[in-house]
Design a binder for this molecule. Structure first.
Ligand code: PMP
Length: 394
């Protein structure tokens, strides 16, 4: 019998953690004093200001340590991944030391990379969009083939929020470094979730997003390797060594630092918990008729399962899952909104309009259980069957 038949409201299975995660209690606890008694401005020339600055610097060290930065000075706090991505691209485009007017990126980037790329194209820059294979994997040789003497920046997503695939960026980074082309990595979904080291990836710029690993929203970082020059996006203040103006969001920065310290400590255990759950869900989903897993099966985020469902619309399926068995999942990206019907990422892996309407993403979290996965695998086929029975296409 379905859980839905009981009269008591059932506890929702929340599997939308790739959209965002809750702050850990330890993170909130670290942040709280900075809203009230420790509210001071880090730029103030008195001991309380200095204490606030000390807290910001401690967080900077924690972020630097998590990604293997050579110095905390290479970490610049921003308002989040969207700003960091915009800044990396526009900051290189506006840098006096820019190599040329050519950019390279992939066909499966987040909109916070593709939209600024489009704006740059309108300003006369040239962009090469490197293709991916049917699993969503970029071939480093294609990046090598796209590089030119006037390539100003290569920008690549490390792992896709939409199809979970992890890209072979160590190789891409080596190719870029050898060619002298600066390399930006959008590591929003990987830093804090899987091991990440700027040195082994040869990254020059890296986007970091703590709300995807149990830290706060509205804060992020751009790692900027020593010697790499980016023009400022926000001007009019001395903060962040004059590189990013605006009074620091001290509570969020402190929470960010704490989330990094916890991630460093707990990453292995989290992955050990998530990977068997992910694989059980992947295996179950793959067995369903007319359902295809998107993204590489093994080279993928430990917390990510995605698929497309033939002859069913995402919106209807998500609603059926939410209203019936209280399973809260997602379709592709939280950031593309309802108006974005066709997914460029799914198109890039060769999935056309008919199938792409039924795309689903299950983002697992540290409190996801085997029972949650079992409930999804029990209820998903029922929801699909019900909707297909109503569909004129099926
Ligand atoms: N890049 C990637 C790969 C993402 O998944 C996201 C959204 N989580 C972003 C950038 C933008 O993040 P935010 O909306 O937190 O700024």
């Amino acid at each position: 019998m379905s859980d839905v038949a009981t009269s008591d409201p059932i506890k929702p299975v929340f599997v939308d953690y790739q959209a965002t995660t809750p702050c850990l209690p330890e993170v909130v606890e670290a942040m709280l004093p900075f809203f009230t008694e420790r509210f001071h401005n880090p730029q103030s020339d008195h001991p309380s200001g200095e204490e606030a600055m000390d807290a910001v610097e401690e967080a900077r060290r924690d972020v630097a340590a998590l990604i293997g930065a050579a110095s905390p000075r290479e970490i610049i706090f921003t308002s989040g991944a969207t700003e960091s991505n915009n800044w990396a691209l526009r900051g290189i485009a506006g840098s006096p030391r820019r190599r040329g007017r050519h950019f390279v990126t992939s066909q499966i980037e987040h909109f916070s990379v593709t939209q600024p790329m489009k704006s740059l194209e309108q300003q006369g820059f040239e962009v090469t969009y490197v293709a991916v294979d049917a699993d969503g994997v970029v071939d480093p040789a294609s990046v090598a083939g796209a590089l030119r003497d006037d390539t100003a920046l290569v920008s690549m997503i490390h792992a896709s929020n939409e199809i979970g695939v992890i890209e072979p960026l160590a190789e891409v980074g080596r190719i870029c470094r050898d060619a002298g082309a600066p390399f930006h990595v959008d590591a929003s979904n990987t830093v804090g979730t899987i091991p990440f080291d700027v040195r082994s990836i040869n990254a020059d710029l890296v986007t970091v997003s703590p709300h995807l690993f149990y830290g706060p929203k509205g804060v992020g970082a751009l790692y900027c390797r020593r010697g790499v020059r980016v023009a400022p996006l926000l001007e009019g203040g001395v903060q962040e060594d004059g590189r990013r103006a605006g009074t620091e969001n001290v509570p969020a920065i402190v929470g960010f630092g704490r989330a990094c310290a916890i991630a460093a400590r707990e990453m292995e255990a989290r992955m050990g918990h998530l990977i068997p759950l992910r694989d059980a869900l992947l295996d179950g989903v793959r067995d369903l008729e007319g359902v295809r897993v998107t993204g590489h099966l093994t080279q993928r985020l430990p917390n990510h399962v995605s698929c497309v469902v033939d002859h069913v619309e995402s919106e209807s399926l998500l609603l059926a899952l939410a209203m019936g068995p209280a399973i809260f999942a997602a379709s592709g990206t939280a950031c593309s909104g309802r108006e974005q019907k066709r997914s460029p990422v799914l198109e890039a892996i060769g999935i056309g309009a008919g199938l792409d309407s039924g795309s689903l993403v299950f983002g697992l979290g540290i409190d996801t259980t085997a029972e949650d996965v079992a409930r999804i695998l029990r209820e998903l086929p029922k929801a699909i069957a019900q909707l297909r029975a109503l569909s004129p296409l099926a």
